[in-house]
Design a protein. Structure first.
Ligand code: AMP
Ligand code: ZN
Length: 465
């Protein structure tokens, strides 16, 4: 497998730190609002990376955080007159709903910055001890000039950055030794959440969060660190400076960055008014369509969001799902028989094409093209006369490739509320008629689907397990 590494600006063969295992960290969203479709791009893409590694039999430890302490969260909390945690908890819950709709699997661990403050204090202390950080009046800064490799990820030169920034010093930051030094710990301001620390009450800077959460859940060295390309500088550059200065080891071996999502060929921004949340899109489309749309382009190419492209994605996805379901139906009633070697070879060649695309820096666009070829082959080859071995082979391969891309092909097995309520009513009628066998049968049938019943004075109440 080859991965384009932002650090070396080359495609490199993937060699894990530990054979058969992948340790991967992806910066998650700051939770002060519903996530927008730009945020959805890294979520969907890196979820697919994880799925493909698993398909290749790697055990993946995938960590992706929520940044739940930040200026924007605090501002929103002040506007609403509530605690910051009310805002962050609300939008974490909303984000999880959107992720589920996009079939983005929850990470192995999803740490929250506010739950990891001890680790941050510890790493900041280490940096101070090693001379990589200094405190002035309750603020701790990272001493950029002490870290010789500063700029290695973004390719920026510290002297250029410094001259560009000298005039940009914000009031209150005159105390910095160098304009490029960045904040590790900032003192508390009135009305803001704070924690006790050796430097007084305050809260951590954004960059230190990821260094600490990555270290805690994945160890000092990881295989892959990912995020959108806007994070290369300063966020990831600063993460490297913190983690490598603290541990003395290389932090992440591969750095992967997705390009931006634009709208109507313009940068998506609130001020331009061309801004969609994932929730907006869910009103018009199944979020599966959004997922498929995102994967239809290579992750390092900018992707333009437009109504036409979403329609095209919807049609493409329908074509795939319809084909898989047709093969599933034919497979359920196919008569026993052999799979002829030529058909097997043709299917294998397309699976191989899919793998080659994905092995080449996760080229999902070409991977989808191979899947479309497989769909076409299935539509022309698999018929009512096909043997069970043939239908099963197509079914299995098509389902597997769909799973790697996170395309759901099965009809939802979840029961609708109306179906549940109808069954409960039938059960009540059966009980009144003293048909307890039928009543118990319905209770069991519902239990199997994870529906729990509770008899109360007001009648039967139900809940999903
Ligand atoms: P944020 O909540 O701004 O920290 O962003 C969370 C993630 O979404 C980061 O990996 C960003 O790089 C990514 N991101 C934000 N906007 C876009 C966009 N328009 N296109 C692609 N990725 C984005
Ligand atoms: Zn981060």
């Amino acid at each position: 497998m080859k991965i384009y590494n932002t650090l070396t600006r080359k495609k490199e063969e993937f060699i894990p730190l530990e054979s058969g295992k992948v340790r991967m960290y992806v910066c998650g969203p700051t939770v002060y609002n519903l996530i927008h479709i730009g945020n959805a791009r890294p979520m969907i893409f890196f979820d697919t990376v994880r799925r493909y590694f698993e398909y290749r039999h790697y055990k993946v430890n995938y960590v992706s955080n929520f940044t739940d302490v930040d200026d924007k969260i605090i501002k929103k909390a002040q506007e609403e007159g509530v605690e910051a945690s009310v805002i962050s908890e609300r939008y974490i819950a909303e984000c999880r709903k959107d992720m589920e709709g996009m079939n983005v699997r929850p990470a192995t661990t999803t740490p929250l910055a506010t739950q990891e403050i001890d680790g941050m204090i510890e790493m900041i202390s280490t940096l101070i001890e090693k001379g990589f950080a200094y405190e002035v009046d309750g603020t701790v800064y990272y001493r950029v000039r002490k870290f010789a490799d500063y700029g290695k990820l973004s390719g920026k030169n510290l002297d250029d950055l410094r001259s560009g920034n000298r005039t940009l010093l914000v009031t209150g930051e005159e105390q910095k030794e160098d304009p490029m030094d960045f904040v590790l710990w900032k003192p508390k301001k009135e009305g803001e959440p704070y924690w006790e620390s050796p430097w007084g009450k305050g809260r951590p800077g954004w960059h230190i969060e990821c260094s600490v959460m990555s270290k805690k859940y994945l160890g000092e060295q990881i295989d892959i660190h990912g995020g959108g390309e806007d994070l290369i500088f300063p966020h990831h550059e600063n993460e490297i400076a913190q983690s490598e200065a603290a541990s003395g080891k290389e932090f992440s071996h591969y750095w992967m960055h997705n390009a931006f999502l634009n709208i109507d060929n313009k940068k998506m921004s609130k001020s331009l008014g061309n801004f969609f949340t994932v929730r907006d899109i869910s009103e018009k489309y199944d979020l599966q369509v959004l997922r498929f749309f995102m994967l239809s382009a290579h992750y390092r190419s900018p992707l333009n969001f437009s109504a036409e492209l979403m329609e095209a994605a919807k049609n493409g996805l329908d074509r795939i799902v319809t084909a898989v379901r047709r093969v599933e139906e034919l497979d359920a009633k196919a008569a026993p028989g052999e799979l002829d070697p030529e058909t097997k070879e043709a299917v294998d060649a397309l699976v191989c094409k899919f793998e080659e695309a994905m092995d080449d820096d996760f080229n999902t666009a070409d991977g989808i093209a191979a899947l479309f070829e497989l769909v076409k082959l299935a539509n022309t080859t698999v018929t009512e006369e096909s043997s069970a071995a043939c239908t099963a082979y197509f079914r299995e391969k098509m389902q597997t490739l769909c799973q790697v891309l996170g395309i759901i092909t099965t009809v939802s097995e979840e029961m609708l509320d109306e179906e549940i309520e109808a069954l409960i009513e039938e059960r009540q009628t059966a009980r009144k008629a003293k048909n307890f066998a039928r009543a118990d049968e319905i209770r069991d049938q519902l239990a199997e689907k994870g529906i729990l019943l509770k008899d109360t004075r007001e009648g039967v109440k139900w809940s999903r397990a």
